[in-house]
Design a protein around this ligand. Sequence first.
Ligand SMILES: Cc1ncc(COP(=O)(O)O)c(C=O)c1O
Length: 418
Amino acid sequence: MDSPLASRVESLRHQFPALSRTLDGRPVVFFDGPAGTQVPQRVIGAIGRYLAECNANHGGHFATAVESDRRLDEAHAAYARFVGASDPDEIAFGQNMTSLTFALSRALSKTWKAGDEVVVTRLDHDANVTPWIRAAEDAGATVRFVDIDPESCTLDMKSFHAALGERTRLVAFGGASNSVGTLNPIGDLVRAAKQFGALVFVDAVHLAPHRRLQVERWGCDFLVCSPYKFFGPHLGVMWGRRELLERLPAYKVRPAPESLPGRWMTGTQSHESICGAVAAIDYLADLGRDLAGDSSLSDSVAWDRAFDEVERYEGGLAKRFLAGVAELPAWKVWGANDPRDVDGRVSTFALTHRRYPSAETARRLGERGIFAWHGNYYALQLSERLGREPEGMLRIGMVHYNTTQEVDRLLSELAAID
Ligand SMILES: Cc1ncc(COP(=O)(O)O)c(C=O)c1O
C-alpha cells in the first residue's frame, strides 16, 4: 500500500508488546480495537513510572504530591490541545465516557423544564442515548430520536432536521458509529443545532483513534472520548466550554473544589491512568513527527499530520477489505460497503453471515487467532433498527497498527466459513 504509514507499520508495531502474541505458533490479529486498542510500551512505562516516582494525592506539601500535581496539570493541558481546544481547565478526567456523560446529563437536566426537548440518534452507542433519556425523564422533557437510513447506515438528515425546534435544549450524536463505522458530518450537525440555540454534545469515543478532534472548529459544547480506545489505558475524558462547566450544577461532595477543572471530577482519580493517557497522545504526536520527518513540530501540528496519515492508511485497509469481502457471497457488510468510496466511514465493519450467528463466527475467528467482537456492542438502537437483535453482527475494527497481511488473512478465514 502506498502510504508513508505503510512503510513504518512493521516498526511501529514493535512498540506494542501485545502485538507479538501468538496462538498455535501464528501471530494473533487484533481486530477488536473498537472495544479497546492495544497500548505501546511507553503507555505501560508511564503508568509504572507514576506509581514508582510520585504516587500521591492532590495538594500535599511534599515532593511526591507536588510532582504528582505537576504531571496531572500537564495532562489537562495536553488533552485540551488534543481535542482542539486551549484551556486546560476545560478538561475533566473520569472513570469512563459513560460515567462522565451521566454526571453531565444529570446536571443539564436541572436546567430543563417540562416541554423542553432533547435530540438523540439511532446510530449511537447507548451511553449517548440512555443518559439523555434518564435526564429528560427527570426534567419532564421530551426525547426526539433521529432515524437512520438502514441501507447506508447514515443519519437520516430529514429526520435530523425534523427533530430540531425552538424547544431543543440539547443535541447528542456521535462522531463515528462504533458498529458500522459511519462518519457523521459533525460541523454541519452542530451548525443546524445552533440555529435553534441548542447545546451540542459529541461522543467522539469511536472517532478518536481515526480522526483529529477539533472542538473549536466544530463549535460543539461538549465532547467525550476514552483513551482506552486510542492506545491508552481505561479512562474517560470530557471537554466542555468553560462557561458551561462553571455554570452547570455539578454534584459534589464537600470540601471538593467547586472550581475547574476539579468541579467535574469526583473522588480520587486514577492518576496513573491519566499519565498513561498522556503517553498515548504523546505516542500519536511522535508518530506525526516521524511521518513528517520533523522532530520540531508542535503537538497540534504533529497530531494533524499523524491523523492525516492514519486516515489515508486505514482508508487503504478499508478498501482492500471491502473489495475482498465483496467476493464472498456468504457475507454481508452493513452500511457503506463500496470499496471505491471509503470517505464517509472509518475502518470499522459490521458483518453478518448468511447462516451462522455472529457469536459463532467470532468464536471461529478467535480459534484461528483473529480477535473480533460480536453482538450489538451497545449500539442497541442501531441493532434494533437493522433487525439484528438479539443476535447482532460480527465487528471487525481496524486501526493503524493493523496490516494488509492481516486483512488478507481475515479474508481467507472469512472465506473458509461458508
Ligand atoms: C461510540 C462509543 N460511545 C461510548 C462508549 C462508552 O465508553 P466508555 O466505556 O468509556 O464508557 C463506547 C464504548 O464502546 C463507544 O464505542
